[in-house]
Ligand binder design. Structure first.
Ligand code: ADE
Length: 224
């Protein structure tokens, strides 16, 4: 998978991609992440990328020209499956969307800033709009980092234990069951006996029962 991220703040995206599973995915050549500084496509000697909104109102708007030039440069090199815009009014990211997007080969992600982007970008250049939740961040970078993390860990060969993504919370619309490690007892707090029983089918039944219980209690909407 190749991910091209267009941003005004590339430095904000460096650390989320330089640690843990996402870093390992890059080392294993499972994903190639390229950051593009929108400022380099800015207009005039000030490399302007934003301007006042037509019709008045607060805030600045990212201009269509710099974004278009950056996207066209990328598209001249390869074809893209999706051109994604991170925005609070996009479709809500969930595990199903992450699963679907983890199958893509080439994607562009545009991070918004200020009041947003000139709507012509959304009408003519963007193919998918994604929100990470009903709250407003200062820009799309942290949302892009969240989205990328959620899809990269699902690329085959990225997680050490292939089955571990399958047992994640939300796969199968269930919350994950409780999990424990040694010691078997700490301050009188005990690990359920069944987990040390060695009876694998009984453990699987217990895990399923607990997953159902937790989902029923904490996220009954997932069972509907
Ligand atoms: N940009 C600002 N807020 C956002 C959100 N909640 N999701 C995606 N992109 C955003």
């Amino acid at each position: 998978m190749r991910i091209d991220i267009i941003t005004l703040l590339p430095e904000l995206l460096e650390s989320p991609f330089s640690a843990s599973i996402v870093q390992r995915a890059q080392e294993r050549q499972k994903v190639h992440i390229h950051l593009h500084d929108l400022r380099e496509y800015g207009e005039n000697k000030y490399r302007q990328v934003d301007d006042y909104p037509y019709g008045g109102g607060p805030g600045m708007v990212l201009m269509v020209g710099p974004i278009d030039r950056c996207i066209q440069d990328l598209k001249a090199e390869r074809t893209y499956d999706e051109v994604i815009y991170m925005t609070p009014d996009g479709a809500r990211l969930d595990q199903k969307m992450a699963n679907d997007c983890s199958l893509l080969n080439n994607l562009i992600i545009l991070c918004g800033h200020y009041k947003g982007v000139d709507h012509r970008v959304r009408d003519h250049l963007i193919t998918k709009e994604i929100s990470i939740g009903d709250f407003v961040l200062s820009g799309g970078e942290l949302a892009a980092a969240v989205f990328c993390d959620s899809i990269i860990r699902l690329i085959p060969g990225v997680l050490g234990d292939e089955s571990s993504a399958l047992s994640d919370t939300f796969q199968d619309n269930l919350l994950a069951p409780p999990i424990y490690t040694r010691p078997a007892e700490y301050k009188g707090w005990k690990v359920p006996d069944i987990l040390a029983s060695g009876n694998t089918p009984a453990i699987e039944d217990w895990r399923m029962e607990k997953a159902m219980e937790r989902t029923q209690k904490l996220r009954p909407d997932l069972l509907e």
